[in-house]
Each structure stands twice: as structure tokens, then as C-alpha cells.
Design a protein around this ligand. Structure first.
Ligand SMILES: CC(C)(COP(=O)(O)OP(=O)(O)OC[C@H]1O[C@@H](n2cnc3c(N)ncnc32)[C@H](O)[C@@H]1OP(=O)(O)O)[C@@H](O)C(=O)NCCC(=O)NCCS
Length: 264
């Protein structure tokens, strides 16, 4: 068969009767009990099969972010889309399309910030303090911290505990953890209500420690939230409701425009 450089890839090697990813045959990957879905994601994005601990950390982060119920815009949108008669792929894509810098995608920005702080080389507390001053001056929120209604995101502690354990076992460096804990300490200082790390932040710590790029970090969040979007879109489909809006039809949006008037 003719080969062309129009597309060249180091990921998949496909020819009649052959499917290999980074050199591993799909037959062996299917048969190997040691290869989980998390390992497969790692293999596809990083080119190697991860160690058991790397796979575990990646999977725990992804498990933590699968869903946040219909009050999360991504999930509500997937459900609304489903009631409009579109198919499940459209509903899932709608969810993915709203995972931006404020909802679900803040981890990417935090990963960028963390790598800048680490690269700076000066003591972490000094660089963090400088960066926070810049954010405040621009009236910007620090990505990966705070939550609309959880005073302390219940996913933060178990995720960070796993990171601490991996650091203590010498499996990861722990630098991203150090930086983000310093940010958390400084943004919460002097406040009656602290501003703890949220799910985007805690997963960003894991993805940074595991050496994923910030862009891949966002992609991994999207992958995990797709599981929730799939489940909710499917559940909403069972309801057979049609054209379900963001609020019950008995509740009207608060119109604040011009009073009724005649067209001139
Ligand atoms: C998620 C978010 C939109 C919630 O914002 P919110 O509903 O305004 O949060 P709160 O009302 O609890 O904020 C309370 C206070 O903490 C501050 N605060 C909240 N998150 C903050 C953050 N990330 N950085 C700096 N200050 C923050 C608010 O400005 C507010 O300050 P004030 O009391 O001086 O007015 C906000 O925390 C945010 O934008 N975080 C960064 C983006 C992010 O991580 N998104 C993923 C969310 S899971």
C-alpha cells in the first residue's frame, strides 16, 4: 500500500488487519488487564503505558470531575439540548462547548500560572505574592479557586491527599502542590471565608504533577465531564420532555427594558 506524508503520526499505525497504538497491538491492549481506560488515555497522549501510580492519579482526577448535576451549566445544557430533539453527540458537544475559562476549563490557566511560578526560580511565596498582586490589579479571579456554592469543594481534600501520598512516596515532585497551596494560603489570608481550591484547581495540580501540558489538562477535564454529560443527556431523553428551557415555563425572565410603546 502506498504511504504518504500528508498525514504523519507517531500515535496510530493502521493498515489492513493491523491496529497499533504507539507500537502496541490493539489485540494485546484489549487482552491486558493491566491496561485501564486511564492507562489508554495516557498511552495515547504521552506515548507510553503509565506506571500503576500514574494511572491511579490520572483516573482519580478524572473520576472526581465527571459530573456536578444539572446546576452545572455544562450538564444543564446537555439536558436542554436533548429535549430539543438533537442526538446524543450534539448534547455532549453542547456540554463540552461551555467548558471555558470560568467553568471547567480554569485548570488550564492554573497549570500555566503554576509553571510560570515554578520556572521563575525565586522563593515560591515571593512569586505567588507578585502574581496575586497582578491578578488583583486586573480585577481577575485566580483560576482554580472558589466555588459558587461549596464553601469547600468536597473533591479538594481527597485529591490533594493522593498527591501528598504520591509526593511522600517519591513518585512525583510535589512542586505544583506547593505552589497551589501557597496561592490558597495567600488568597485566603485575612478573609473570614477562605477561598479554597476547587475541582478545576485540584485536578490541575494532579495533571501538572503528572507532566501533562496545560492544554491537555483542559482536554482531560473535558473527557471526564463528558461522562456526566452522556449520563444526563441519556436520563433527560427518558423524560420525553420537549423544548425544556433553563427555567420552568411558569417563571419569566425579569424584563428590564423599555416600557411598552408604539412603533413610530
Ligand atoms: C467559581 C467562581 C465563579 C465563584 O465566584 P463567586 O460566586 O463570586 O464566589 P463567592 O461569591 O463565593 O466569592 C466570595 C469572595 O471570594 C472572592 N473570590 C472567589 N473566587 C475567587 C478567586 N478565584 N480568586 C480571587 N477571589 C475570589 C470573590 O471575589 C468574593 O470576594 P468579596 O467577598 O471580596 O466580594 C469564582 O470563584 C471564580 O471565578 N473562580 C475562578 C474560576 C474557576 O476556578 N472556575 C471553576 C469553578 S469550579
Amino acid at each position: 500500500m502506498q504511504k504518504s506524508d500528508w498525514w504523519h503520526t507517531e500515535i496510530s499505525d493502521i493498515s489492513p488487519g493491523v491496529i497499533r497504538y504507539h507500537g502496541y497491538s490493539v489485540e494485546q491492549l484489549i487482552a491486558s488487564e493491566g491496561v485501564s481506560v486511564g492507562s489508554m488515555i495516557w498511552l495515547m497522549t504521552r506515548g507510553e503505558i503509565p506506571t500503576p501510580l500514574q494511572a491511579k492519579l490520572l483516573e482519580r482526577a478524572m473520576i472526581a470531575a465527571v459530573d456536578h448535576g444539572p446546576q452545572a451549566p455544562s450538564i444543564a445544557i446537555a439536558r436542554m439540548a436533548m429535549t430539543c430533539g438533537v442526538d446524543i453527540n450534539n448534547a455532549m458537544a453542547s456540554a463540552i462547548n461551555v467548558l471555558g475559562d470560568v467553568h471547567g476549563g480554569a485548570g488550564q490557566q492554573l497549570m500555566e500560572l503554576v509553571s510560570e511560578i515554578i520556572a521563575d526560580g525565586r522563593p515560591v511565596e515571593v512569586v505567588v505574592s507578585e502574581k496575586l498582586r497582578e491578578f488583583r490589579a486586573r480585577k481577575k479571579h485566580i483560576p482554580g479557586f472558589g466555588h459558587r456554592f461549596h464553601p469547600r469543594d468536597p473533591r479538594r481534600d481527597p485529591l490533594l491527599r493522593l498527591v501528598e501520598q504520591a509526593r511522600d512516596a517519591g513518585e512525583i515532585e510535589g512542586k505544583a502542590l506547593e505552589v497551589t497551596l501557597e496561592i490558597e494560603k495567600q488568597i485566603s489570608a485575612g478573609r473570614t471565608r477562605p477561598i479554597p481550591m476547587n475541582i478545576d484547581g485540584a485536578t490541575a495540580v494532579i495533571y501538572s504533577e503528572l507532566g501533562f501540558s496545560p492544554m491537555l489538562g483542559r482536554g482531560l477535564f473535558v473527557l471526564s465531564r463528558s461522562i456526566g454529560a452522556l449520563a444526563h443527556a441519556n436520563e433527560e431523553f427518558q423524560s420525553q420532555m420537549r423544548n425544556k428551557g433553563p427555567e420552568n415555563r411558569t417563571v419569566l425572565p425579569n424584563y428590564q427594558g423599555a416600557a411598552p410603546r408604539d412603533v413610530p
